[in-house]
Ligand binder design. Structure first.
Ligand code: PRX
Length: 657
């Protein structure tokens, strides 16, 4: 495991010097939930001085409880329990509570499919569908505590399935529809899912994705699954296994609308989401009920300044944490209207997003820097064709945004009037952690600015010593927060070791960062063996494991290199087994192999065949050197621990033919 101890990132040189500052406009601040710096400072101070008082008050104000908690936080380092003794249901808070007012006929989900079909579900509609589907789950024997896998396109039935799980107390694990059957199988087996919810297929860039076929392949090696529920979406012919497979619409038509929510413990497991780490095996990040719900409810409200009349669009896929927290749980808990879109941003043309913003009069738009860089490449003419004047606030997430992309977003999409919230957080944190508040924080392009309430970051070296201003170091967090993950599913020791013991006494994020004289944070990317491809985390080890799985491959090392659109691209250095000869065909085969093992997002951009990899005397692959070779072709770093110097020369000359 390359980590804080490897020394990388403990004294990072920051090259970014950004001087521009953009103050929120008075018209915006005047109407915002949090209006000025004094208000932020006062609340922030309270949240740090008396976190239990602070979060306890919010929990009473923002959530509906079946039974109040007896203790806000029980912290036995590094394991936290929030709102101990409380009883609550997430689906009740996201749906039922809005039915007692005029909101019952407010749009909860405004959905558009890639082919152009559209649906609107009011909160009342959503309630009916969630209750019916919760009863379907019960009919199939799903009980409180069971795990359910969800592998679906971006259709309303996906949040309906999640909320139905939350209603009956089943723990869902949503698996991104772009993952392969292999990746699906691993995740189903790790969490021992009893039921899989899927669709015949989904639409993506004019093509269909064969979801059910992938499920069938995965289930050949997944014994825990008893039932599969299949939504009809693309109407393609699929294999149907009698007794195991059930049509969504048939089950729903026989189901009752009446399903009282389970009264669940505050710490009941809500979901598992698999994410990449520094080993070949993805880790199951476990989120629980009350603290998570409070964290996403409060951040959605204050960071996106959500008002009753807003139309909020987060463009993430629900297969990632951003979709869990800011398409489903955060906004719906606030009673907001969310837009949900099934397909690609450039289908049928590169203006689909702008078309949707105009059509639905979106007011708050949240997307990823990688998408913004694609928009820039496609050209300003596409957004210019549309009336984007409904927008009042913009957001970004997933990776550092380069200042030029920020400026384009500000001018071309925001017409120079919309604040931009650059939100830093992680699958593990569950909620936004470092971010501007749009009515308060002057923004600097490229900085995620200041900590949210209750969040206590520091920049440290690997021994845990705090570093001075403007010194690049490791980003750590000093105290627990309500939406924090509670453990890695089935592996509390790894949870402790990887996150809470790397740097003594604090949570280690895996990111490098610096903090400037104004207390603003500037993220500098991962310092471990995790790369960020199009805002999605991938462990280099995962791609390596997939490669060495191929019969021709002896050894592989994977590194990231800067990529103009994706943020980082994947370069794989591969040594072949004995008699195997390198060839262009083999290179293509290996790329396809990784796609099959993990999914298209892990497909290497470049594969370099080599007869040896640079290693230390203890046999550790020197990825730092490979990164240099992949990026610049030359080596400037220290090579004193390298075992075989000639390897480097050979690598440098091993260009992809
Ligand atoms: O490196 C940071 C980067 O994305 C990582 C978390 O990835 P994931 O768990 O997949 O969640 C992404 C969506 C929350 C972080 O460790 N990252 C996320 N947001 C930002 C960021 N880097 C810089 N600026 C951000 N705003």
């Amino acid at each position: 495991m390359a980590d804080a101890k490897s020394g990388a990132g403990t004294d990072i040189t920051s090259v970014l010097k950004e001087k521009r500052v953009f103050k929120p406009k008075a018209e915006f601040s005047g109407l915002a939930h949090i209006k000025n710096r004094a208000q932020y400072d006062r609340l922030y101070r309270k949240s740090i001085k008396d976190p239990e008082g602070f979060w306890g008050t919010l929990a009473e104000q923002e959530l509906v409880w079946h039974k109040k908690w007896t203790k806000v936080l029980e912290w036995k380092y590094p394991f936290a329990r929030w709102f101990v003794g409380g009883k609550i249901n997430v689906s009740y808070n996201c749906v039922d509570r809005h039915l007692s007012s005029w909101r019952r006929n407010k749009a909860a989900i405004v959905w558009e499919g890639e082919p152009g079909d559209a649906r609107v579900l009011t909160y009342q509609d959503l309630h009916r569908e969630v209750c019916r589907f919760a009863n379907v789950l019960k009919t199939l024997g799903v009980e409180k505590g069971d795990r359910v896998a969800i592998y679906m396109p971006m259709v309303p039935e996906l949040p309906i399935a999640m909320l139905a799980c939350a209603r009956v107390g089943a723990t869902h694990t949503v698996i991104f529809g772009g993952f392969s059957s292999e990746a699906l199988k691993d995740r189903i087996n790790d969490s021992q899912c009893k039921v899989v919810i899927t669709a015949d297929g989904g639409y993506r860039r004019g093509q269909t994705v064969p979801l059910k076929t992938n499920v069938d392949a995965a289930l050949a090696d997944a014994q825990s699954v008893q039932h599969v529920i299949v939504l009809r979406r693309t109407h393609e012919a699929i294999h149907f296994e009698p007794g195991r497979d059930h049509w969504w619409h048939e089950m729903m038509s026989a189901s009752s609308n009446d399903c009282p929510p389970e009264r669940l413990d505050s710490e009941h497991p809500l979901y598992i989401l698999y994410t990449s780490g520094t080993t070949g095996k993805p880790k199951g990040v476990l989120h629980t009920t009350a603290g998570y719900l409070l964290g996403v409810t409060v951040t959605a409200k204050y960071v996106f300044d959500l008002k009753e009349e807003d139309t909020f669009w987060c463009t993430a896929d629900i297969g990632w944490v951003t979709g869990h927290s800011y398409i489903v749980y955060g906004p719906l808990s606030n009673g907001a209207t969310v837009v949900m879109y099934e397909g690609a941003p450039n289908y049928p043309e590169p203006d689909r997003f702008w078309h949707l913003i105009e059509k639905y009069r979106v007011t708050v738009f949240y997307t990823a820097p990688t998408a913004i860089r694609s928009f820039i490449r496609w050209g300003e003419q596409w957004p210019r064709r549309h009336d984007l004047s409904s927008l009042r606030l913009l957001g970004t997430v997933g990776e550092p945004i380069n200042p030029e992309a920020w400026m384009w977003y500000h001018h071309v999409i925001g017409a120079g009037k919309c604040p931009i919230v650059d939100t830093w957080w992680q699958t593990e944190t569950g909620m936004i952690m470092i971010t501007p508040l749009p009515g308060v924080t002057p923004t600097k392009p490229g900085s995620c600015t200041l900590p949210f309430f209750g969040i206590d970051p520091l920049i440290t070296n690997k021994e845990g010593r705090e570093l001075p201003q403007n010194h690049g170091g490791l980003l750590a967090l000093r105290r627990p927060w309500p939406a924090m993950f509670r453990t890695l599913y089935g592996d509390p020791e790894r949870y402790r070791r990887q996150y809470w013991e790397e740097i003594p006494g604090v949570y280690f994020t895996g990111d490098g960062a610096r903090c400037d004289k104004d207390g603003y944070y500037w993220m500098m990317g991962r310092v471990d063996d995790v790369i960020n491809v199009s805002g999605h985390r991938l462990g280099t080890m995962e791609v390596e494991s997939a490669l060495v799985h191929h019969p021709s491959v002896a050894e592989a090392a994977v590194v990231g290199r800067p990529d103009e659109i994706k943020g980082q691209g994947i370069v794989a250095f591969v040594t072949l087994r004995g008699a195997v000869e390198p060839s262009a065909d083999l290179r293509e085969e290996l790329r396809g192999h990784v796609t099959k093992e993990i999914g298209a997002l892990a497909r290497p951009d470049e594969i370099r065949f080599t007869d040896a990899l640079p290693k230390t005397r203890s046999g550790k692959i020197m990825r730092r050197l490979l990164r240099e070779v992949a990026t610049s072709g030359g080596i400037v770093g220290d090579t004193t621990t390298l075992e075989d110097f000639s390897v480097l020369d050979r690598l440098r000359h091993q260009e992809e033919e």
